[in-house]
Write a protein that binds this ligand. Structure first.
Ligand code: UFG
Length: 343
């Protein structure tokens, strides 16, 4: 049966892919997005890919003046559940502007919780992050790993997980916090993908902009880590696999409506920066000039998921390879060299 699902941040990189999976599966979607780091064109493209309509509310969940409008739209939509992705996400920026990060990320979550309460919905999937683990655990990291985020962005994720735990207990909600590892890639249509506002912070969008000629060369941050080739190792996960993980989490909440679960979404295998560059070079058939640079503040040598809980509890596992991630990321970048800007 079709469900009514709110997707906050539904115009963003991960949100747009989540909306495609929900709409393709027959669910109805209400997007709440302030377009601060996303583009209305992404919503149009989601509609084109799925041949379905999503309702879209342009509003800022962290803005007091927008609350009543959000409450009214949520009431009218009569949601069965929400997927909460809206928030600020740049680690470096969060160190420079911690107050803004706490304000936006915490207030957005609290407003959504209030809206769901009013509307009588009790199911929530939260976009958390592997960053909640910090650097405290041997790899692969499972959900019982020690938590120790090392920057304000990560601490907002950690705090919201705690808030949701308390709300779930007090009000018999069902909550799944999905701890993402490193989402990359794009929809296979090449129509939606990651479109960073400014100079990309993350490896894949940076590599893609070098490959397409928008930037001269990549800096590889550190080649003296205790990893096989000295560069950082991460668990990259295709954004379409990640999006499907949200649908699996909703399916789980349909069957087990109360309680809280933290679930890693990763592929369970790590690749170094040099391996990622080599794979992207193969996929794009372009040169990716790079130079070694000092380690980036706050980076860790390696983090890889133990993804067995996702498989056992919600029946999900990552299916796409690193080559798929690179091929799809490249298709998006080469078809949209300036992102959504010229649309
Ligand atoms: N890297 C480079 N050059 C770049 C960018 C990144 O060498 O220009 C390296 C990093 O040092 C790291 C790897 O590529 O070894 C991956 O870096 P990303 O910035 O792509 O990803 P992170 O692992 O640092 O960060 C991601 C998310 C964060 C989240 C974090 C949790 O982007 O939101 O995972 O571990 F908090």
């Amino acid at each position: 049966m079709a469900r009514n699902i709110i997707v906050t941040g539904g115009a963003g990189y991960i949100g747009s892919h989540v909306c495609v999976e929900l709409l393709s599966g027959g669910d109805n979607v209400l997007i709440v997005d302030d377009f601060s780091n996303s583009h209305p064109e992404a919503v149009e493209r989601v509609k084109a890919i799925t041949d379905r309509d999503a309702t879209c509310l342009h509003a800022d969940l962290a803005r007091f003046e927008d609350r009543e409008r959000i409450f009214a739209a949520v009431d009218a939509f009569a949601p069965d559940a929400a997927i909460h992705l809206a928030g600020l996400k740049a680690v470096g920026e969060s160190v420079a502007e911690p107050q803004r990060y706490y304000h936006v990320n915490l207030n957005s979550a609290l407003t959504l919780i209030a809206a769901l309460k009013r509307a009588g919905a009790k199911k929530l999937v939260f976009s958390s992050s592997a960053t909640v683990y910090g650097d405290l655990n041997p790899n692969p990291v499972d959900e019982n790993g020690r938590l120790g985020p090392t920057n304000p962005y990560g601490r907002t994720k950690f705090m919201i997980e705690q808030v949701l735990r308390d709300v779930a207990r007090a009000a018999d909600w069902g909550v799944v916090s999905l701890r993402y590892f490193n989402p990359v890639g794009a929809h296979s249509s090449g129509q939606i993908g990651e479109d960073p506002n400014d100079i990309p912070n993350n490896l894949f969008p940076y590599i893609a902009q070098v490959a397409v000629g928008r930037r001269e060369k990549l800096s590889v941050f550190g080649n003296d880590y205790p990893t096989p080739d000295g560069t950082g190792v991460r668990d990259y996960i295709h954004v379409v696999d990640l999006a499907r993980g949200h649908v699996s989490a909703l399916g789980y909440l349909d069957k087990a409506p109360t309680g809280v679960e933290d679930i890693n979404l990763g592929a369970g295998r790590g690749y170094s920066v040099l391996e990622a560059i080599a794979a992207f070079k193969r996929a794009s058939n372009r040169d990716i000039p790079y130079e070694f640079a000092p380690r980036r503040d706050g980076d860790i040598a390696e983090i890889v998921a133990d993804a067995s809980k996702a498989k056992n509890l919600i029946g999900w596992r990552a299916e796409k390879s690193l080559d798929d991630m690179c091929a799809d990321h490249w298709r998006w970048q080469s078809q949209n060299p300036n992102g959504y800007a010229e649309s």
